[in-house]
Design a protein around this ligand. Structure first.
Ligand code: NAD
Ligand code: SER
Length: 318
């Protein structure tokens, strides 16, 4: 039985993953942590142990890992792409020093580590279509720089110290439970809220800008599947391309119109987030994940839209 610590547990992924892991491993075996408590997450904070941990504070992290005899760290605390461009110092501190602290305590206490990388590891010089697993990684955002360095650091701890590190390059994640934390792909979540509330949406990402995306249930499956994967099959370990779909704003709008025919889309493009989106792949090749740990997402765009609108409508009482 695993004893898991989740960092950044109140974020978009953590708020759903923590509850899923508690169902699978038992409430007492999944310790949630974040740098502060957050309104609206009472069920998560009260259904098991919750610790206040700033991942940049290595001593506190170490104390919590030892106190709860943790053997697996799911490290989700991070600053995402758009916020990272507003606050590059903070992005470097949280994403790099936080990961370094996690890896150090994992080395000392013999813990396995899962931490997500991102499509942000790619840049303008990366082949944008069917982006290969192993290719050019020259990102031009602070977030992307920290994610490339993070992949390398995880590789280093695996090869040099034998720490069981694993990770995926997530695309934009779409979910209805917790809002995204300030990324470039967030438009693909906001569009569903506005479709239900106002029957229209103004996109900060421009027409024709394709990016890889995934519905949260598939992302949660990816984490659990890779955590449980047979290590002898893993060649890439810390940086698997994973994707479920690729679309631009017009295509997601067309999918929404199948359920809300009067839905309207217009644009007020944000140059910062548009430049970031332009530097990311149009679509990734995730063959390595499929071959090495049987990655196989369930939701395409229309299946996701149907489920999102139904669940979000219920949540918003619409
Ligand atoms: P999020 O922003 O929703 O959640 C991150 C959480 O970390 C937040 O609750 C925040 O309060 C917390 N946090 C920030 N600084 C902290 C610190 N110093 N100490 C402790 N906690 C801190 O992010 P998410 O979407 O849940 O992302 C989780 C991981 O997945 C990140 O590594 C992110 O880069 C990666 N990822 C996410 C997406 C996506 O679309 N959501 C895509 C690719 C990769
Ligand atoms: N969804 C994330 C972002 O836009 C991708 O890592 O920052």
């Amino acid at each position: 039985m695993k004893k898991i610590l989740v960092t950044g547990a109140l974020g978009q992924i953590g708020s759903e993953l923590t509850m899923g892991l508690r169902e699978q491993y038992g409430n007492a075996n999944v310790i949630a942590s974040s740098r502060r408590t957050k309104e609206g997450h009472e069920e998560l904070m009260e259904s098991g142990i919750f610790e206040i941990v700033d991942v940049a504070d290595g001593e506190k992290l170490s104390e919590v890992v030892k106190k709860h005899r943790i053997d697996t760290i799911v490290h989700l605390a991070a600053i995402l792409s758009a916020v990272g461009e507003e606050r590059p110092n903070q992005a470097w501190n949280v994403n790099m020093n936080g990961l370094y602290n996690v890896l150090e305590i994992a080395r000392e206490e013999d813990c396995a580590v899962f931490t997500p990388s991102s499509i942000a590891v790619f840049g303008d010089s990366t082949p944008p279509d069917n982006t290969p697993q192993d290719t050019i990684q020259r990102p031009n955002t602070m977030y992307g720089v920290t994610k490339v360095a993070g992949e390398l650091l995880c590789d280093y701890y695996y090869h040099r110290f034998g720490v069981d590190t694993r990770g995926v390059r997530f695309p934009g994640l779409i979910s209805y439970k917790t809002l995204p934390g300030g990324g470039t792909t967030d438009y693909a979540v906001h569009i569903y809220y506005d479709a239900l509330k106002h029957k229209r949406y103004t996109s900060f990402i421009g027409k024709g800008t394709k990016m890889d995306m995934m519905y949260m249930p598939d992302a949660l499956d990816a984490i659990v599947q890779l955590l449980d994967a047979d290590p002898s099959r893993l060649i890439h370990r810390n940086a698997f391309n994973v994707t479920a779909m690729s679309f631009d704003p017009e295509e997601i709008a067309a999918s929404i119109r199948k359920k809300i025919p009067e839905f309207e889309l217009d644009y007020d493009v944000d140059p910062v987030r548009q430049a970031i989106a332009n530097s990311w792949p149009n679509s990734m090749d995730d063959t390595a994940a499929r071959e090495e740990w049987d990655w196989n997402p369930k939701y395409d765009l229309d299946a996701m839209t149907e489920d999102m609108l139904a669940k979000l409508g219920e949540k918003l009482g619409l």
